[in-house]
Write a protein that binds this ligand. Structure first.
Ligand code: GDP
Ligand code: ZN
Length: 355
């Protein structure tokens, strides 16, 4: 397997050279995680891996363990079809959710995604607040969002709807109406489906993600790939992978976790999607203005003047409450970790906005 076709970049290669412990080490990309066992794609084929004892010992948080999409350095045992993961290469982006239970610990559901298609149906009422939340989530992941408006064939005022969405999509986020059913508009997604690029889909159930996925895979291909596994006495086993190679050479990450994402973010990410409100807040008379009924509040004034909608302010307030909640729940260590990650992500966002 040629690693370039599954997203290998110079940066990852360089990191691997720095991190590998000896010449036996192989570089690979995690295609599936199952109870701390990982299917990893390498130049020597697919290997079933565990993390080393040392790795496990050093891993403090759940996010320290490999996730689908991660690049890892491993010690292979090719004859056995197995290997031992020694290190994870730094992630360019990551999507995470809170683990089940009370701990606000982060679980990574996809790593190293370049572009996320935020799929929203033009059929039902297009929920702008929901799109804002997805945008926020994506900015914080470090990936680039593209808003895909699906089921255009069921909508009579596509241009109007697209304009509404463009109004809330800051920083030149592309807004692309498509119909997977009628096979229309999909060519506009091609610039994001370049060879070696990794994409993922986000959106509520029923918006057409599976239908779009099948289109991207091509009519007669299926998500499940047939492989002949060495220790299986030549029988064909159909094995599910969450890293999927698309016919045009890009990689799709399709994990169940991506379908049930919860918010996990920082105040810095918040300002990215609500930069208009944050800018207004700078003009408020009081530093700690809550934008309710304080005198000299620039945010409330903007609402009166009609330059800011009150719905937008209330979704901003709601997100801030959620943030405060997560902050209270997390332990100090987790908070410190998250802050560290955000610093990197913000750096990336800032660099990106230069172009
Ligand atoms: P998912 O839950 O996001 O994966 O959504 P699905 O891909 O399963 O689609 C949900 C329903 O919407 C299915 O009945 C699809 O046939 C339908 N659907 C998907 N894309 C389109 C489209 O472009 N046009 C129309 N009319 N229906 C679509
Ligand atoms: Zn104010």
């Amino acid at each position: 397997m040629n690693l370039e076709t599954i997203g290998l970049t110079e940066t990852i290669k360089n990191n691997f050279e720095l991190l590998k412990t000896n010449d036996e080490c192989l570089l690979g990309r995690v295609a599936l995680e199952h109870k701390r066992m990982y299917r990893v794609w390498t130049e020597q084929g697919e290997l079933l891996c565990e993390v080393s004892g040392k790795f496990s010992f050093n891993a403090q948080l759940r996010e320290d363990f490999p996730a689908v999409g991660d690049w890892v350095s491993l010690k292979p045992r090719v004859a056995e079809g197995k290997g031992t993961i020694l290190a994870i290469m730094p992630r360019n982006s990551k999507f995470s959710r809170k683990s089940a239970g009370d701990t606000a610990e982060e679980q990574i559901v996809a790593a190293n995604v370049d572009t996320v298609f935020l799929v929203n149906s033009l059929n039902e009422d297009l929920n702008l607040r929901r799109i804002e939340r997805y945008l926020l989530l994506t900015w914080e992941s470090g990936a680039n969002p593209v808003i895909v408006l699906s089921k255009a064939d069921l909508c009579t005022n596509v241009t109007e709807k697209a304009a509404e969405v463009e109004a809330i999509a800051f920083g030149g986020v592309p807004v692309i109406p498509i119909s997977a059913e009628a096979n229309e508009g999909l060519e506009k997604l091609e610039p994001f489906l370049q060879p070696g690029k990794t994409i993922a889909l986000l959106g509520s159930s029923g918006v057409g993600k599976s239908t779009l996925t099948n289109r991207l895979l091509g009519e007669d291909k299926q998500l499940v790939q047939e492989i002949r596994s060495g220790d299986d006495k030549g029988r064909h086993t159909t094995t599910h992978r969450e890293l999927v190679l698309l016919p045009n050479g890009s990689v799709l990450i399709d994990t169940p976790g991506m379908r049930e994402l919860q918010l996990w973010e920082s105040a810095d990410g918040l300002s990215e999607t609500f930069s208009d409100i944050e800018e207004l807040a700078d003009l408020c008379k009081f530093r700690d203005c809550q934008h309710k009924d304080e005198p000299g509040c620039a945010v409330v004034q903007a609402i009166h003047e009609g330059t800011l909608s009150s719905e937008r302010l209330s979704s901003y307030n709601k997100l801030q409450k959620e943030l405060a909640f997560i902050e209270r729940k997390s332990d100090k260590r987790a908070q410190a970790e998250v802050r560290k990650q955000w610093k990197n992500i913000n750096k990336q966002i800032k660099q990106r906005s230069k172009y």
